[in-house]
Design a binder for this molecule. Structure first.
Ligand SMILES: Nc1nc2c(ncn2[C@@H]2O[C@H](COP(=O)(O)OP(=O)(O)OP(=O)(O)O)[C@@H](O)[C@H]2O)c(=O)[nH]1
Ligand SMILES: [Mg+2]
Length: 319
């Protein structure tokens, strides 16, 4: 039988993870990713609170884009600059499509940047997706929530455009859509993503100058058409980068480091609890949830919602 870490173990794992020790972090994440991790998760987040770790000031940044757009290379280049420029801590979660679990190969071939393995300010984790195209898996939310307690920034890489992009933007405080020159990405985006515009675009591979320029203007024009659907919001920014030439990376990183999370985005716990209820109890569950919504108002942590909801279900079953 497997042993769930006891309270003492848990506290020491948490403080080791707090120092960026990779084994402890990996252990905590593996426990969360187990099928029956409910009890462990409850104890873990309670312990984190008791030990004074709070995820509140951490920022989660999503990087989504079609396969091969250069997401990993770009995140690699950004991380490298991050370590030089900032004293803060960064973790990266790459969500791999199930068909292609690459064992965490974050860096593209030609653009490989080596991150110092002993550096405790950076942590990389790859997570299998349950969807064809890198959508998030049921544990992603909790894994990110955990990492937020230890790291100032959490970067998430997902493959996709349209629906998948929307999934990750629910966790992210800010989400980028990465496009490559004339990849047909823009057209796809126009088809599938009209309703949900990312917070900003990154046009990568701008070392392919002619193609990149024409793509840039296509994108600008496409966005002009979207103006009406943005309901008064300003048009999303477009960053132009090249990992090969190292151009635009600094500017992008400065933007990320200066970015302040708008408070309105902090509704994600509620969204996640609804998603969990729908998965476990279907429409009936959601009906129960909304019928008792007053009771849930005072909660902010996922586990508080979860416990209260299960109590209600228990009492319904007794009647
Ligand atoms: N010319 C050029 N090639 C790049 C650039 N950035 C990445 N690449 C190349 O594009 C290819 C894909 O890069 P990745 O970083 O693996 O792209 P990705 O979006 O993470 O790919 P998946 O995770 O497989 O979807 C690799 O061969 C990279 O070397 C760039 O700025 N310019
Ligand atoms: Mg990648």
């Amino acid at each position: 039988m497997r042993r769930i870490p006891g309270t003492a173990d848990l506290s020491s794992l948490i403080s080791e993870a707090g120092n960026g020790e990779k084994f402890a972090l990996a252990k905590l994440i593996s426990e969360i990713e187990r099928e029956d991790s409910g009890e462990f998760r409850k104890a873990l987040f309670q312990n984190l609170k008791d030990l004074g770790f709070s995820g509140e000031d951490s920022k989660t940044i999503g990087f989504t884009g079609t396969p091969g757009a250069g997401k990993s290379s770009l995140i690699g280049a950004l991380s490298f600059e991050f370590l030089k420029k900032s004293q803060k801590k960064l973790s990266i979660v790459a969500i791999d499509p199930s068909s292609n679990v690459s064992g965490g190969s974050i860096l593209g071939d030609r653009t490989r940047v080596s991150l110092p393995a002993r550096e405790n300010r950076i942590y990389f984790r790859s997570q299998a997706s349950q969807l064809e195209l890198g959508g998030v898996n049921p544990h992603t939310y909790h894994v990110i929530r955990l990492l937020r307690h230890f790291f100032d920034y959490v970067f998430i890489e997902t493959v996709g455009i349209g629906q998948n992009e929307i999934e990750v933007s629910k966790f992210a405080d800010f989400s980028f859509l990465i496009l490559q020159p004339l990849g047909g990405d823009q057209v796809q985006f126009m088809k599938s993503g009209i309703m949900e515009v990312p917070d900003a675009f990154i046009l990568n591979k701008c070392d392919e100058v002619a193609l990149a320029n024409s793509s840039y203007y296509t994108l600008v024009t496409s966005l002009e058409f979207l103006k009406d659907t943005l309901k008064g919001k300003s048009l999303p920014k477009i960053f132009r980068t090249s990992v090969v030439n190292k151009s635009g990376i600094d500017e992008l990183l400065d933007f990320i480091l200066d970015f302040n999370v708008p408070k309105v985005k902090n509704n994600e716990t509620n969204l996640q609890i609804q998603k969990w209820i729908k998965n476990e109890y279907g429409k009936f569950g959601l009906k129960v949830f909304f019928a008792h919504s007053e009771k849930f108002k005072k909660f902010s942590e996922f586990e508080e919602f979860e416990t209260a909801f299960l109590d209600i279900i228990q009492s319904l079953l007794k009647d």
